[in-house]
Design a protein around this ligand. Structure first.
Ligand code: GAL
Length: 421
């Protein structure tokens, strides 16, 4: 068990309040690629984390059926094929177009797209801004216009554009801009996701090029990887916004040996900083536990509400080596969302009074209503005195707590009380 005592003074509280108000004001000024897409982070499922190259029509159809029956209603709409959907050979008779792998996808991409569209899902494909994809299949470098036209003719709605086999070495900004222009020229709105692993200082140029850009290397289903990717991406949080989302990579909930606590913290972190919610598990073996995590409407609501800016880390605990962190965002000057994460593999008992932390100062006729976003239960309503005395609860290894804190009018019968969350 680790114990930490943190003393905060009033000026820091005021700072928090001001910085939240400022980030709300700045929401309207953050603009990215203007193709009408990516107004909120994308939600969907991608084949890579669960299957890698081992994909085929029947697996993808099974995943689609589960999306249609139980995930679409929560906002998951993109079904994205990652590497290995394509044939090793482009056509020789016409312009050298892509062809689907005839063994894995005998019915072809246009047919898959039309099946997905008829069920109100959207269709995503992958390729690379190099001569080959990362699995050694044909890439799009030099074929951008032809491939963009092929994708549009198949009904593609989303392109993940990787960074392997960049030979000869051409700067990322040039390769990714060429494909952006080719996609735009098709006239079909295609969400454009840059997968250049944070290379070439992409945060300096990628926002006008793609709707979203990778800020990290590949994620894997371990807490270390989740934590590393999160912090690496978080360095650029001030650049995240409409049409220019940061991508710390896809979700690993349901993969590897992640614990329940790790999985829910992973999902909550991605929701709070408005990262893409791209599921990566085998949907056929989705457990009830994972389903509960990925369908949490409170957290998805934070991720998808255009009025809520990406959460920012508060006070001193904001680096990869810290034991714990607090992230805060808000939808108005009276509604705050708070995520407290225990990064360590130890039970964490903090001597921190949460109410002194946030600079939320209820008026005499108001109380702070606190809702646990994991359980969707109102924990209590507290007047200022009671609010100031609430301690942060004990946190299990790698676990987290997510709350909404909302100022509401005080009702006659409500008296403040010393409370726990
Ligand atoms: C990596 C990429 C992964 C996956 C893989 C496919 O470069 O980061 O997300 O797409 O290639 O080969």
């Amino acid at each position: 068990m680790i114990r930490r005592t943190l003393f905060l003074n009033n000026s820091r509280c005021v700072c928090l309040f001001l910085s939240l108000v400022l980030s709300l004001l700045s929401l309207s000024s953050v603009t990215g690629l203007d193709n009408g897409l990516g107004l909120v982070p994308p939600m969907g499922w991608n084949s890579w984390n669960a299957f890698h190259c081992n994909i085929d029509e029947s697996k993808i159809k099974s995943a689609a059926e589960i999306m249609i029956s139980s995930l679409q209603q929560h906002g998951y709409k993109y079904l994205n094929l990652d590497d290995c959907w394509m044939s090793p050979n482009r056509t020789t008779t016409s312009g050298g177009e892509y062809q689907e792998d005839p063994n894995r996808f005998p019915s072809g991409m246009a047919s898959l797209a039309s099946y997905l569209h008829s069920n109100d899902l959207k269709f995503g494909l992958y390729t690379s801004a190099g001569t080959k994809t990362c699995q050694g299949l044909p890439g799009s470098l030099g074929y951008e216009q032809i491939d963009a036209r092929t994708f549009a003719s198949w009904g593609v709605d989303y392109l993940k554009y990787d960074n392997c086999y960049n030979t000869p070495k051409i700067p990322g900004i040039d390769r990714y801009t060429t494909m952006r222009n080719a996609l735009n020229a098709t006239g079909r709105p295609i969400f454009y996701s840059l997968c250049q692993w944070g290379g070439d200082n992409s945060w300096e140029w990628a926002s006008g090029v793609g709707n979203m850009y990778r800020t990290t290397g590949d994620i894997s289903p371990t807490w270390n990887s989740i934590r590393n990717n999160f912090w690496q991406s978080y360095r650029h949080i001030n650049r995240a916004g409409k049409g220019q989302w940061l991508d710390p990579d896809m979700l690993e909930v349901g993969n590897g040996n992640l614990t329940f606590e790790e999985s829910r913290s992973h999902f909550a972190l991605w929701c709070f900083v408005k990262a893409p919610l791209l599921l990566g598990m085998d949907l056929l073996t989705l457990t009830e536990e994972s389903r509960t995590i990925i369908t949490n409407t409170n957290l998805i609501g934070i991720n998808q509400d255009p009025a809520i800016p990406p959460a920012t880390c508060f006070a001193q605990q904001c680096s990869k080596d810290d034991d714990w962190s607090v992230f805060v965002t808000s939808s108005s000057s009276s509604t705050f969302y708070v995520l407290i994460v225990n990064w360590k593999n130890l039970i964490l008992e903090l001597e921190v009074l949460i109410g002194q932390y946030f600079g939320i100062n209820p008026m005499p006729n108001e109380v702070v209503q606190i809702t646990n976003l994991y359980t969707n239960q109102i924990v209590g309503k507290y007047d200022f005195d009671a609010f100031k005395r609430i301690p942060i609860p004990t946190l299990q290894p790698h676990d987290s707590l997510a709350y909404q804190m909302k100022l509401v009018p005080k009702e006659e019968e409500e008296e403040g009380r010393v409370a726990t969350l």
